[in-house]
Design a protein around this ligand. Sequence first.
Ligand code: SF4
Length: 386
Amino acid sequence: MKNVYEQMEEKNAEENIKAFNYRQKYYSYENKVIHARNIINEFIRETRKRGLNTHVSVGGLDSITLLCFLRDLGHDDIPAISASHLEDVSIRKIHKQLGVEHVKPLKIDEKGKVTKDPKGKTITKPYILQNFGFPVLSKEKAAKIETLQNPTEDNKTVRHAIITGETGEYGGYQKDSRMKLPQKWLKLFGGYENEAESCEYGMPDFKVSAKCCYYLKEKPCDDWATEHNSVPFLGMMASEGGRREKALKMNGCNYYGETVIRSCPFAIFSRQDLLQLALDLRVPVPEIYGEIVRDEDGTLRTTGAQRTGCEMCGFGIHIEQRPHRFDRMRLQNEKKWKFWMYECCTDEITGEKYGWGRVLEYLGIEWEQPPYIQMGIDDYLKGAER
Ligand code: SF4
């Protein structure tokens, strides 16, 4: 039986979701823009009252548009930050043009601990891949595989739930919970529990981890925010789906939690709203996206990439068609591609160099043979431009 506070919280969340859905569905583009402006003004007022500064966290087109929107509203004093070194070179160029501050990557000491000592070694992506593991499938699934690869007495119940879906007392004795890793991935990654669970799953000869984002993006930006006593404006939209959708709907556009305070003025926007605003504000569009164009039926789209992520990231690669992101990297820079595919890590047992090639091979993703051998060079180049 839920106590009165839990019941109230549940009711609040339900009401928030209802209000959010209504705005998202029925507000016109113009009303959404007015709403975003009001959200920004309210956030600035409220955070000032709390003695906090604000900044914009900038990555791809969505947050570049947010930065331009803030500037358009006259908030030139709100700084913009980014872990730019992870982004595509064309995005970095726009960041520079807009005066986005590049947050410094983290450093580690000789024991591998994060340090403020400027003499420490910079944490790079190869360091993350070698010491924590490769970001594959999705953040959630990578975190589960990472738990299986790092067994402790404390995570025993969680490991059991990942393999079987049974949650035990803490999870309300569920039988087939969402904690279970899908069967397809259990076959490849569940082998760490073969003995304990009497199964016969496989085990890769590489590590998997969801920590890449944390060390390369989130922590450096969080550290900057703490140093500057500042809370962020983020370009997230619920329409992009995923885990963020639910959080945005429950917590609303502006959220003032105990540990997290943030504003997402575009939370109710659709992709179309975002692209329309980018056009209205004449946002400089990074080359990787191509141009924003309107199809005959009025739909806006970018002629290049629809979304971007960091270079050499494995999240979502299993659902991408060839030529996929690794193929495109090969076309742009074969030398760099070779490093990432064959050389970015060292096998701790054999001393052999390896890279994403080993990982993609294990996931059953084609990568080595250039895709134009199967699809013809014209189709390949068309795809590679995406
Ligand atoms: S998006 Fe991918 S590559 Fe970029 S920081 Fe996150 S896990 Fe790493």
